[in-house]
Design a protein around this ligand. Structure first.
Ligand code: GLN
Length: 484
């Protein structure tokens, strides 16, 4: 039952085979037994969650039903949810109860979905392994000695271990797709501006984008129908007509042109991951797609560019945590400046401090032109690579991450090795393009994700491309043994 699709859950609820309270309780029981070990959730509030389920049942009884009504969804702890502890994985916000709802939370509330709890994450979404969380690391359900990826590691483990029907995540440089690859499920980072960032705690505002993390492309499409849409409270929210992301799921793929960037199959890619990805491409050929060799020549510059721009934006966004407005405040200090510095020294972890220092440095007078401005110029070149590529193909495919899940502790002392986890995902954030990771097989028992990158606003087509593959493969419905 827990392995059902969102559509199947919805049908069970409609046919009254199960109530939302019962379904929610099934997941809460699972969470109570498995979460103490996996640590996917930071905040749980059974009473609040069950009250929402009860309200959903009343809605269903009244015939006021939307596709996700009554379905339990896990929310990344980066989204403010009224009355919920909202920490962003940081000690700085460990005592923060959000006074309002993020747009994404409101959208799920409006359709009567149930908030199961807030999921663990790297502190302020900075990381690729969930090991920077103040609330402890998260286990990969496929192998408890390994990381789930990050920064949306809690949502990733919750989806993979079936501790929720689906979850939300955010992706600034890869935080939906890399954990989707490492935990074996489907995750989509939409085009920048498609999902409102209102109430989503800011890391790097020009890159942050929320998206669905779920078992299948069809589930992601249903989640997108809830999450996407114009919101005047976010100045970068795009005012576009509402679309139905399920509309193209069943289109045949004959004639689809898939671009394979040579830079995504070069040195640095684990050979066994590369093989799984090429097997998936072979499956696409059988479905009628043709392959085009392309090049994204500036790929190698994407990590250095990101690690100038994202810290620059983060240093500005995180200046609000001063011990005055909200969150942690040092207990003892001599004057205002001492209060600021002690509060920030105590409240932020090492990776966050590293980023604030880098960001402040690249924005300082005398360095701005050499680093920040130069990075912005290269960012444009990276985006231009994709414009050229999409003249030759409909979608781009490659690996989502260079390796399968690595061992906990393996990269914590080597930031650059950790940063390289996002080598195939970061350029799409810099360009504002949508990208997804789709389960494509296993290497030594660990999941491998196929990345699909689409042109701007081409989410419906990407979901179609993923869904057709999921009609002929069953990687996306496999779940870790021993957790059933
Ligand atoms: N791993 C990248 C970082 O540490 C991306 C994180 C993200 O997408 N939020 O910044």
């Amino acid at each position: 039952m827990i392995n059902s699709s969102l559509k199947q859950f919805s049908q069970m609820l409609a046919k009254k085979e199960i109530s939302s309270v019962e379904l929610t309780q099934v997941f809460l029981n699972r969470i109570d037994s498995l979460n103490p070990n996996i640590n996917a959730y930071i905040a749980l509030d059974h009473a609040k969650t069950l009250a929402q389920a009860k309200a959903a049942d009343a809605r269903i009884a009244a015939g006021n039903v939307a596709p996700l009504t009554g379905i339990p969804i896990a929310q990344k702890d980066i989204f403010c949810a009224k009355g919920w502890q909202t920490t962003c994985g940081s000690k700085m916000l460990a005592n923060f109860i959000a006074p309002y709802d993020a747009h994404v939370i409101t959208q799920f509330d409006n359709v009567g979905a149930v908030n199961l709890g807030k999921t663990n994450m790297d502190e302020f979404a900075m990381g690729s392994s969930n090991e920077t969380s103040y609330f402890g690391s998260v286990k990969n359900p496929w192998d408890f000695d390994r990381v789930p990826g990050g920064s949306s590691g809690g949502s990733a483990a919750a989806v993979a271990a079936r501790l929720c029907a689906a979850a939300t995540g955010t992706d600034t440089g890869g935080s939906i797709r890399q954990p989707a690859s490492l935990c074996g499920f489907t995750g989509l980072k939409p085009t920048y501006g498609v999902v409102s960032r209102y109430g989503m705690i800011a890391f790097a505002s020009s890159l942050d984008q929320a998206g669905p993390m779920a078992k299948s492309a069809e589930d992601c499409a249903l989640m997108m129908n809830v999450m996407a849409g114009f919101d005047e409270r976010d100045s970068t929210s795009l005012n576009r007509e509402k679309e139905d992301y399920t509309r193209d799921l069943n289109k045949p793929l004959a004639g689809l042109k898939i671009g394979l960037p040579k830079e995504y199959f070069a040195e640095g890619l684990d050979a066994s991951v590369g093989k799984v990805v090429m097997d998936a491409i072979a499956e696409y050929k059988k479905l009628g797609a043709t392959i085009v060799d392309i090049s994204l020549p500036n790929t190698g510059l994407s990590i250095p560019v990101y690690y100038v721009l994202a810290p620059a934006e983060a240093s500005s966004n995180l200046s609000r945590y001063d011990g005055v407005r909200y969150g942690h405040r040092a207990a003892e200090y001599t004057d205002l400046n001492d209060m600021y510095s002690k509060t920030r020294a105590e409240g932020f972890g090492a990776e966050v401090k590293r980023r604030i220092l880098i960001g402040t440095y690249v924005l300082s007078a005398g360095y701005y032109d050499a680093y920040y401005l130069k990075a912005q110029q290269i960012r444009r070149l990276i985006a231009q690579d994709f414009v050229e590529a999409f003249k030759q193909c409909d979608v781009i495919m490659g690996p989502a991450a260079p390796s399968t899940a690595f061992k906990a502790g393996e990269k914590v002392d080597d930031p650059v090795a950790m940063y390289l986890q996002d080598i195939y995902t970061i350029s799409t954030n810099l360009a504002g393009l949508p990208g997804m990771s789709v389960p494509a097989g296993f290497s030594n028992g660990l999941p491998v994700g196929l990345q699909i990158i689409g042109n701007y606003f081409d989410e419906a087509r990407m979901l179609n491309v993923a869904h057709q593959y999921q009609q002929v493969t069953d990687w996306h419905v496999q779940m870790p043994e021993g957790l059933a």
